[in-house]
Design a protein around this ligand. Structure first.
Ligand code: 9D3
Length: 255
């Protein structure tokens, strides 16, 4: 059943010299539909629009020397001032390799806050004085080198939008919980039952819902232990704490 909601849209402002990169990706799929349906309001601001010189210069050579250019304070600060006028309650997040790791918890806080200003840099980075005065937090997508902050900004937007009411269908809320629950997903299968000699695990065809749930839980634990020992250790600690709270009775599951 369709439920009518009059939720305030999630409001994101992206400051970037490549707004077309953001707009191209953000007009497609789940995110694009959320924008069309008025659940997400996305704006871009191009710091080039705030330059005063004939070449619309947004970068300069680094003081102290060295290779690579640095984004200038003037145009970026003016762009951020415009972003703050449009989005006064938002934190300013600078996407940066020096940032704290972006993770589900940050996406959740952002979705609850309802607004965000994302600053995507290019070149070697931005003048430190912008970080000192205009930036609230720095987030990194991980330990690998990208060419700029636009793709990280899109990743953040995607992760946040899926947490907003109405953006996903029925699969949504349950799915959002599963990552916070701390285990990776179990394997999935669809028709046919057999293809090129590969069969769907028999338990999934059994109709035994208890056995299926137990198999999926065991698979989720196995894949987490193998692929992500860090998540596995955290999950085991969490299970042990839950066991103690229940006085050693029960298996630590939620139901
Ligand atoms: C190879 C260049 N590096 C010099 C030692 C520094 C560097 C500067 C600018 C590396 C990458 C970038 C551009 N990256 C981002 O803007 C970025 C990013 C990333 O590269 N990896 C993970 N997360 C992020 S968030 C923004």
């Amino acid at each position: 059943m369709e439920v009518a909601t009059a939720e305030t849209p999630f409001h994101a402002v992206i400051v970037t010299i490549f707004p077309e990169l953001i707009e191209a990706v953000a007009s497609v799929g789940v995110f694009g539909r959320a924008v069309e349906r008025g659940l997400v309001r996305l704006e871009t601001i191009n710091p080039r629009a705030y330059t005063e010189d004939r070449h619309q210069t947004v970068d300069g050579k680094a003081y102290g020397g060295g290779p690579g250019m640095v984004m200038k304070v003037g145009p970026l600060r003016a762009a951020l001032e415009e972003a703050r006028r449009r989005c006064p309650e938002a934190k300013v997040i600078y996407l940066s390799p020096q940032g704290a790791p972006f993770a589900q918890q940050k996406a959740e806080a952002c979705a609850v806050q309802g607004q965000v200003i994302l600053l995507a840099g290019r070149y070697e980075g931005i003048d430190q004085r912008l970080i000192d005065r205009d930036v609230d937090e720095q987030w990194s997508l991980g330990d690998y080198v990208l060419s700029g902050g636009e793709m990280p900004a899109l990743v953040v937007l995607d992760a946040v939008a899926r947490l907003r009411p109405g953006v996903l269908g029925d699969e949504g809320s349950a799915e959002a919980e599963s990552f916070s629950a701390g285990l990776l997903d179990f394997p999935h299968y669809t028709r046919p039952e057999e293809i090129d000699g590969q069969r769907v695990p028999e338990v999934l065809l059994s109709g035994d819902h208890g056995a299926i749930a137990a198999w999926r839980q065991a698979q989720a634990e196995a894949v987490t232990r193998r692929q992500r020992p860090d998540l596995w250790a955290r999950w085991q600690e969490q299970q042990q704490r839950a066991e103690k709270r229940n006085g050693g009775s029960g298996d630590g599951s939620h139901e």
